[in-house]
Design a protein. Sequence first.
Length: 287
Amino acid sequence: MKKWTTLIIGALLAVSMTACGSDADNSTATPPAGNETSNEGNTTAEQETKIPTLDELIEKTNAATKDMKSFTTEANIDQNLKMVAGEQSQDQQVKTSLKMDIIKDPMMIYQEMKMEMSGQEAQNVKQYITSDKIYSQVGEQWVKIPDEQTKPLIEQMQASMNPEGELEQFKKIAEDTKITEEGDNYVINADVSGDNVKELAKAVIEQNGSDAQTQAMLDQMNITSMKMKYMINKETYLPASTDVNMVMNMEQEGQKISMDMKMTSTFSNHNGVKEIKIPQEALDSAK
């Protein structure tokens, strides 16, 4: 159960991180039908500010993020789980908040995470992540994560920050994608169901690295719906926020599990993270 919850959190974080990756060649993305706004009856000024197509928005966002060296992201993840085994059932709520300062090259990340589970004491974790090491603090104690555990985690983090084929998932669900406006932002909306939602989930996880166990677990999942909302600033074309909602269920070892998960994340402080310094007590934990 814990493995499954961690997997989905990772997938959702990967979705949000994708909006802030490096430049990638997505100019061939197929714009979905109906994603352009009719300009009949509009004034000249309105025509000049028409909503961009999916192709145009991806191209401009990639250009804007090409030279972005750092940023800050914050996320809140709410999970409502129901587990049924025979005649017994259990409901559980899990709330996770996350804040990350990220320098892309060389990779340096500082993150703070708080996880609250119903009936359990909240867990607070701080981490420093480099291209080859992870230092983690739980409570007052710093530890260096063993190298055999570190490598796959870092590879997944690097992949989510700089994936080839940025926003590639939207090609797979073009017919379910729509571009709108909301305040100072353009919005990419995707409301996915049926076979497309499984294809989207696979694309997100595969582009961020996964092992055989993760793939097997994904195959067992019945993801009934997925809604995504990417908000991109009209002036800078830098990512502003994302919302992701997923409803899914699965059966594992005779236990039926259903989950309704909502994640909201924001991006800020573009190029504002100048330095991340690992504290000496964390470095000493590796000795």
